[in-house]
Design a protein around this ligand. Structure first.
Ligand SMILES: [Zn+2]
Ligand SMILES: [Zn+2]
Length: 380
């Protein structure tokens, strides 16, 4: 098994990355650091058209299993007081410093047993997860070509180091961001019959939208729809011509997600039409459901019992752009316990802390999952 020297070295590596965070799509130094690190291990970065981020392969053969870690930070001023705190205006407040470090550790261990590998392991150091652009960039660059299955994880401060949370099906929510513009016809407040009232149109739409979760989603499924911002009108005696509202939908099942989006579009358009108003609906570029493949998740679950305390976790209502990979190929996404203290700050807080002791489970998760999946697909 792996010795203390290995994990001490990885810890130092993580502390260095943590001190030098770079926000989404600006991970230039991080990319250089990863490339240099990998070259020292005898692993040559591949020539994919990515401005930031790195893709490498270990092993050989047509069967390819991908491991993915994200590398970007957030524009947050760090207030952890750690002796390896950020030295600039960004912060690894989501723990992506930890993710990439564990993948570097996995690279070293896989490289050491390269001759035994029953295929190819493709390691994807993905940029820009926080703005949900990175997975699409990797896919456009060809990073998923010929890959049979992909493995990723997020650190989870609500689980202890040593624990691994996993479940088949949804593990993180599908996130929808909607913005709707309503166009009516302005009129004097005293002659609404001469106009098309944007205020009444919007408030009726917002009311009607609440039917979706209450009356179209199965009681055995779940969804959340929140309208969070309405902007219409600016005085007491004029009916405004235009208005706007926005909000978010969260779902945990790809079919439910599509059905809710369909109902949303129908209700918005039909309600507006009833008043004679025009609408335009804009959807943000946000991730779909992070959905663990039922055929390979049990295998990862069983394998993980050898190096972690495995917990069947509830899904998180947050989103993850790893979903973009799982839309195309089977994938497994887990939670690696990273803190576990009662008041551990959540992701994206300025005092967010990932504990170093969590590294072994993260490294093992990558290595053992890759080995198990190479076996599984080789025998298929
Ligand atoms: Zn994040
Ligand atoms: Zn994250």
């Amino acid at each position: 098994m792996v010795d203390d020297e290995f994990y001490n070295r990885l810890m130092t590596t993580r502390h260095h990355i943590h001190q030098h965070p770079e926000v989404s799509e600006s991970e230039y130094e991080t990319t250089d650091y990863i490339k240099t690190y990998l070259r020292k291990l005898g692993i040559v970065p591949l020539d994919y058209p990515l401005e930031t981020g790195v893709i490498v392969e270990i092993g050989s053969g047509l069967l390819i299993i991908a491991l993915r870690a994200d590398i970007d930070a957030l524009p947050i001023l760090e207030r952890t007081g750690l002796d390896y705190a950020s030295t600039n205006n960004a912060m690894h407040a989501c723990g992506h410093d930890f993710h990439q470090t564990s993948l570097l550790g996995a690279a070293e261990l896989l490289k050491a047993r390269e001759s035994e590998l029953k295929g190819t392991v493709r390691l994807i150091f993905q940029p820009a997860e926080e703005n949900f652009q990175g997975a699409h960039k990797v896919i456009r660059a060809g990073g998923l070509v010929d890959v049979s299955a992909i493995v990723g994880y997020h650190n989870n401060p609500h689980l202890k180091p040593g624990q691994l949370g996993l479940r088949s099906g949804a593990i993180m929510a599908g996130v929808e961001q909607f913005a709707v513009t309503v166009e009516g016809i302005s009129a004097h407040a005293a002659r609404p019959d001469l106009g098309v009232d944007a205020v009444l149109t919007i408030t009726t739409i917002v009311n009607n939208l609440q039917q979706i979760v209450a009356r179209t989603v199965s009681p055995f499924q779940s969804a959340v729809l929140s309208v969070t911002h309405i902007d219409v009108g600016n005085t007491w005696n004029v009916l405004p011509a235009e208005g706007f509202f926005e909000g978010t939908i969260r779902t945990f099942d790809p079919q439910v997600r599509l059905a809710v989006i369909d109902s949303f579009e129908k209700i918005v358009r039909d309600t507006a039409a009833q008043f004679g108003a025009k609408v335009s609906i804009e959807w943000g570029n946000s991730p779909k459901v992070t959905f663990n493949d039922a055929s390979i998740t049990p295998l990862i679950f069983e394998t993980a019992k050898e190096y972690a305390e495995v917990i069947e976790t509830l899904p998180s209502t947050g989103g993850e752009d790893f979903a973009a990979y799982q839309e195309r190929i089977p994938g497994v996404f887990a939670f690696v316990g990273s803190n576990g203290d009662e008041n551990a700050p959540d992701w994206h807080h300025d005092d967010f802390i990932v504990k170093d002791e969590a590294l072994p489970v993260a490294v093992n998760y990558f290595v053992q999952s890759a080995l198990a999946l190479l076996d599984y697909y080789q025998e298929k």
